[in-house]
Design a protein around this ligand. Sequence first.
Ligand SMILES: C[S@@+](CC[C@H](N)C(=O)[O-])C[C@H]1O[C@@H](n2cnc3c(N)ncnc32)[C@H](O)[C@@H]1O
Length: 386
Amino acid sequence: MNDGGAKAETLLRIAEIEGRGRSLVAAQPLRAGQVILRESPLLLYSAFPFLSSPSSPYCDHCFRQLSQSARKCQSCSLVSFCSYRSCSASHTPWLCESLRWIHQSYSAAFSDQPPERQVQARFLLASYDLAANSPSDFQLLLSLQGNGDPADSAAVNFLHSLLSAVCPPIPVSFSPEITAALLAKDKVNGFGLMEPFSVSNEKRSVRAYGIYPNTSFFNHDCLPNACRFDYVDSDSDGNTDIVIRMIHDLPEGREVCLSYFPVNMNYSSRQKRLLEDYGFKCVCDRCKVESSWSEGEEEEDENEAMEEMEDEGKQEEMEDLEGGEEEEEEEESSFPHAYFFARYMCEKENCFGTLAPLPPKTHDASRVLECNVCGSLKEDEVGVKQ
Ligand SMILES: C[S@@+](CC[C@H](N)C(=O)[O-])C[C@H]1O[C@@H](n2cnc3c(N)ncnc32)[C@H](O)[C@@H]1O
């Protein structure tokens, strides 16, 4: 992936912003389509419950689809790996032994727990395995945002007593508080690597979750200026890396934000999700406008505004998005962010992805936009109209 030769450290700096915590800010003007960060996971674990059937169709290391020649671990029987790559090397004896113990002696304990509990157990095992193999990376994981939530105490108690009973011993000082803190880090910082997109599959599931510590410093905005891409099914190395690309130009000093979920979600769903999963109330420009809308109005205004914007291609809206007209007084508008939807939302049925230009090869931004969900490419017609 072309990143224009610039390193993330020169493009972004960490700033403490009141009410938002650590934030990533443009350390120089950033350009539409520019790759501002590429990162490998600190840890990665399957999103599939390990005791249910059918088992995960993905390799438990690289998370590409398994072929018929895939191999299940003969010892724990709970993970499978590509046979033609060296993926099984990541399956450490400690992890294997712990999974084998759970499989043989504790399967019944999960029967009255939600399937999600098994996925949380996978995360905790992967975290403790990290602690044993790379203590500094484990400390990095513990330094991420997220504190234990009393609402999760049932999960914490169950998982802590299960893992305490698992043999061999946990390779790190181990307490219910650490278990609670780890689960909270995962909730706030975990990125999902999704199953491949298909038009018929509106509810695409997650195939794996990963912790990417640098990417975790991006705060949320309901109208993001950057978005993440991943290429899990690619054949090249680093297929589980996350790539962050700018959606549009951004001046130096402005905060770079991602959306933590698909941009098409309505105001009340976004607020609920942000409060429950991330512990904050969003007061971004889009939320300020939409907070006064009634529920029916949300859908109607959105569609109408999108059509209007597609017809007119308003230049000022873009300048506002990119911070070009900072001093100008905001116009009264029912949907000031319609430009974003017209230009950067994928139109493919059931996709709901966000579009960003391909990395620029020359001084000018690419006219080709790529969708971060379905991967389709489209000519930037709205931009061309200006
Ligand atoms: C993935 S972390 C982002 C980095 C985080 N600010 C830090 O200090 O490490 C997500 C957390 O950042 C904070 N956050 C993210 N976006 C925010 C926003 N728009 N407004 C307020 N807080 C936000 C919330 O505490 C959220 O749980």
